[in-house]
Design a protein around this ligand. Structure first.
Ligand SMILES: NC(=O)c1ccc[n+]([C@@H]2O[C@H](COP(=O)([O-])OP(=O)(O)OC[C@H]3O[C@@H](n4cnc5c(N)ncnc54)[C@H](OP(=O)(O)O)[C@@H]3O)[C@@H](O)[C@H]2O)c1
Length: 265
């Protein structure tokens, strides 16, 4: 069955302008969805919207919104009140790479707001009509960093654990009600954001860096079938070794050592 037959004709991508978010938007446009594209910067959103509307003959609405603001979810609900959004992708995330105590309290609160509170609010607001209609889909981006303690990514990693557990819980609650929920647990992915952090190649447990398109393609293969999944064979293997074959303390040490090395901390 086509995705639009299953989930309706409008999809909202939060964090849509580049990288994995733009890959979601492109995949959805190529599947025939009209798009609500959300990010802080309007220009890249509008460029993407222009390219996708002319290539795939779809409609697109761009919304400039800081998802770290407490009113973000209500702003998006108001801005889309005339549309039936049947598929929601929450891709945006804030992070701090480095010692926890060196990041400000204010920024830590923004990370928690953008990565946990806003997606929770958005899911609450957008799932209600989906549940009433008996169809819809929600994709939350999680990360391998959220599978164990991840030194030098402390708040970010904890928020990514939240996303995975939140999605898996809702998958269970809504699996017989027509609303598919999935957590997409990515490893290193070549987005502008990731490349800008200038990571050095980590050695032993470093799976191949994936492309945003690979991540998104696999996500739509798994949507409706699993509560969560790990992207890519290398990430699956590394995660299996770290989660199933190693003591948790060893996995935490490997993760922290890898991040320290990748970012010369
Ligand atoms: N890249 C990786 O290696 C990797 C690995 C594991 C998991 N992930 C997960 O994959 C997702 C995307 O990762 P990425 O960082 O590489 O990003 P990305 O997909 O390249 O893009 C991030 C998008 O979110 C928007 N955004 C960021 N903060 C925002 C805010 N406060 N309000 C509104 N929009 C915001 C950005 O646009 P503006 O800047 O214009 O707002 C941009 O469109 C994240 O959830 C991340 O946790 C990524």
């Amino acid at each position: 069955m086509q995705l639009t037959e299953k989930y309706g004709t409008w999809a909202l991508v939060a964090g849509a302008s580049e990288g994995i978010g733009a890959a979601y938007a492109t995949y959805l446009a190529s599947s025939g969805f009209n798009l609500v594209l959300v990010a802080r910067r309007k220009e890249p959103l509008e460029e993407l919207a222009k390219a996708l509307t002319s290539k795939f003959k779809i409609q697109a609405k761009c919304i400039s919104c800081d998802l770290a603001n407490t009113g973000a979810a209500l702003q998006l609900q108001e801005a889309t009140k005339d549309m039936e959004v049947g598929l929601l992708v929450y891709n945006a995330a804030l992070s701090h790479i480095g010692a926890f105590e060196k990041d400000t309290l204010e920024h830590n609160n923004k990370i928690a707001q953008a990565n946990m509170v806003t997606p929770m609010n958005l899911v609450h607001l957008f799932a209600e009509p989906m549940l009433n209609r008996g169809n819809g889909a929600i994709i939350l981006m999680a990360s391998l960093a959220g599978f164990q303690g991840s030194g030098f990514l402390a708040t970010y990693a904890a928020t990514k654990a939240f996303n995975r557990i939140f999605a898996e819980s809702l998958w269970y609650e809504w699996k017989d009600r027509g609303v598919d929920v999935i957590a997409c647990c990515a490893g290193a992915t070549a987005t502008p954001n990731f490349i800008n952090t200038k990571p050095e190649k980590a050695d032993f447990f470093a799976p191949r860096v994936q492309s945003p398109d690979e991540v998104v393609k696999e996500c739509f293969e798994k949507l409706g079938k699993q509560p969560s999944f790990i992207t890519g064979t290398g990430n699956k293997l590394a995660s299996f070794i770290m989660q199933k074959l190693m003591p948790r303390k060893t996995a935490i040490n490997i993760m922290g050592d890898t991040t320290r090395k990748m970012y010369r901390l």
